[in-house]
Design a protein around this ligand. Structure first.
Ligand code: MRU
Length: 347
């Protein structure tokens, strides 16, 4: 099934907090519940939260009792802000909400029901497009993996992080499905453990060879010459090719360069934010310190101990060999190649 979908006038999603122990679904009746599910990471991953927010906007249109298009647009603006505020770093969230607002305000509808129908269609289109785009990225990036390679991966970028198929894990899946045989090392990705809980669960189902690594072990295996390629996703990529991704990505990129290992980000062009010049402008989410001190309710130290919990970091463009998009692999200088990819050209 898809990570998020429209089901009987509600938004149905996989509860990612319960994987790998249980595949549970939650049905969300209103946009406020969707925003909460994004904040508490019931759904997470940049494209998945974008699609969830799009369906959240479709719900908001149905929740509103507005009898004119103008009144409905006012209600939608309120919902748009609540959804955008749910998490700050992944630009796909704001991108999807903006797409929905553009559709609502395009002037084609004289009755609010027309807007309501159009918004549900647009959310479905965004969700369907995500799957198709991921499959294209998979095909574009699969050439990077050779038989016998060991590939390092950080966080979860698979079907769960998207509507289906995945970004960096989508590349891994496409290479495996093309018959290549290789091994994947999965950073466990503290503190939320997306690597061990979610990526390992996905690779189990796909039958792809993997081991979970403590995050601190990546450099060890690079130095031993085992790792041939690093693949990660992205939450926001700026015009110059700086990449915000899950905390820990930057240190892996630096280690990869030190050890002469190519490092690629895999992301749809909806993750590229051309309005920001460099990664220094990206808002970085700081999450509750309890995620560090008491992961998933299991205390590591007494709860009054001090901690910090940045959810993302920024990898400067000089560490990237390329960025795999649905329009090909963008190469340095990214200020040129990304702009062309976003405009729809093959790069
Ligand atoms: O905090 P998360 O789990 O939402 O962070 C997810 C990531 O950092 C992923 O690497 C990124 O969204 C790309 S996934 C397709």
């Amino acid at each position: 099934m898809r990570t998020v979908e429209w089901h009987q006038n509600q938004v149905r999603m996989i509860d990612q907090k319960r994987i790998p122990w249980e595949l549970a679904l939650v049905d969300l009746p209103d946009f406020q519940a969707v925003a909460h599910a994004i904040t508490d990471m019931t759904v997470r991953g940049a494209p998945a939260i974008g699609a969830s927010a799009a369906f959240g906007m479709a719900l908001a249109a149905r929740q509103s009792n507005a009898e004119t298009v103008a009144a409905l647009l006012t209600d939608l603006q309120t919902a748009a802000q609540v959804l955008k505020d749910a998490r700050p770093t992944a630009v796909n969230l704001a991108w999807a909400v903006d797409q929905m607002m553009k559709m609502a305000a395009n002037g084609h509808y004289t009755h609010p029901d027309g807007v309501r129908d159009a918004l549900l269609n647009e959310a479905q289109r965004i969700a369907d497009a995500d799957v198709a785009i991921n499959q294209r990225m998979g095909a574009n990036g699969a050439v990077l993996i050779q038989d016998g390679d060991t590939v390092l991966h950080h966080c979860n970028t698979g079907a769960l992080a998207t509507v289906d198929y995945g970004t960096a894990l989508g590349v891994i899946r496409a290479a495996w499905e093309s018959g290549k045989r290789f091994h994947v090392l999965l950073d466990e990705t503290r503190p939320r453990l997306q690597g061990s809980r979610l990526s390992a669960w996905e690779l189990e189902q796909l039958g792809i060879s993997y081991d979970i690594l403590p995050d601190t072990a990546a450099g060890y295996y690079m130095q031993k010459g085992e790792i041939k390629l690093v693949l990660v996703g992205a939450d926001r990529i700026t015009a110059n090719g700086d990449v915000a991704n899950k905390i820990g990505t930057y240190q892996i990129a630096v280690l990869a360069k030190e050890n002469g290992i190519p490092f690629y980000s895999v992301a749809p062009t909806s993750t590229v934010d051309l309005s920001l010049a460099t990664g220094a402008e990206i808002p970085i989410e700081e999450r509750n310190k309890d995620e560090v001190l008491t992961p998933y309710g299991n205390p590591i130290v007494p709860p009054h101990f001090h901690a910090r919990n940045p959810a993302f970091d920024v990898t400067p463009n000089r560490y990237l060999a390329g960025i795999v998009t649905e329009n090909g692999i963008a190469r340095p200088p990214f200020s040129d190649s990304l702009r062309r990819a976003v405009a729809g050209a093959q790069v």
